[in-house]
Write a protein that binds this ligand. Structure first.
Ligand SMILES: [Zn+2]
Ligand SMILES: [Zn+2]
Length: 167
């Protein structure tokens, strides 16, 4: 992203509309790939003290449902906000939340990637109604109804039933 024009003139603003392909990545033991390019729309404004960047990041990840283990596309649509301070105006206070703008060329892919990772949920679920897998036979309960469901008895009730039978 080239911010030369904005960097030199106070009050100047520029709009970026970028579509970029991101490589698959790993996070802990899970690996993720993108099922759509990353679409970034940003407004960059020179406030005289810093350059403010705000906009949205949109993409889709190919993930595995934590309940039924089927792959599905998980849409991500997040706000993006950054502040890059000019070295001359960069106070310690400002740098607590802002980055330092030292060049005309800014590579924001790393920042975008960080935002994406932060926005990921602990567990992906394909739909609120997802029935998951049968704990006994492993059948995908969204696709089939297995017959073992009624036979699963809570061990505590099983013990109680036995105790009552002995009584
Ligand atoms: Zn599911
Ligand atoms: Zn079953």
């Amino acid at each position: 992203m080239n911010v030369a024009q904005v960097r030199r003139t106070s009050g100047e603003s520029i709009h970026f509309d970028v579509v970029e392909n991101f490589s698959p990545f790993e996070l802990g033991t899970e690996s993720f790939s993108f099922s759509a390019p990353v679409h970034v729309q940003l407004q960059v404004i020179n406030t005289n003290k810093a350059v403010l960047v705000s906009g949205t990041i949109e993409t889709e990840l190919k993930v595995i449902c934590g309940r039924c283990l089927e792959p599905f596309d998980y849409p991500l649509n997040l706000p993006y906000q950054d502040e890059w301070a000019f070295p001359a105006q960069a106070t310690e206070e400002l740098l607590e939340s802002a980055l330092l703008l030292e060049k005309d060329e800014v590579d924001i892919s790393q920042r975008i990637f960080e935002q994406l990772v932060l926005a990921l949920p602990m567990k992906f679920v394909c739909s609120e109604e997802c029935q998951g897998l049968c704990l006994t036979c492993g059948a995908n309960l969204n696709q089939t109804k297995c017959s073992c469901k009624e036979e699963v008895i809570d061990p505590r009730f099983a013990a109680l039933a036995k105790w009552q039978a002995n009584d």
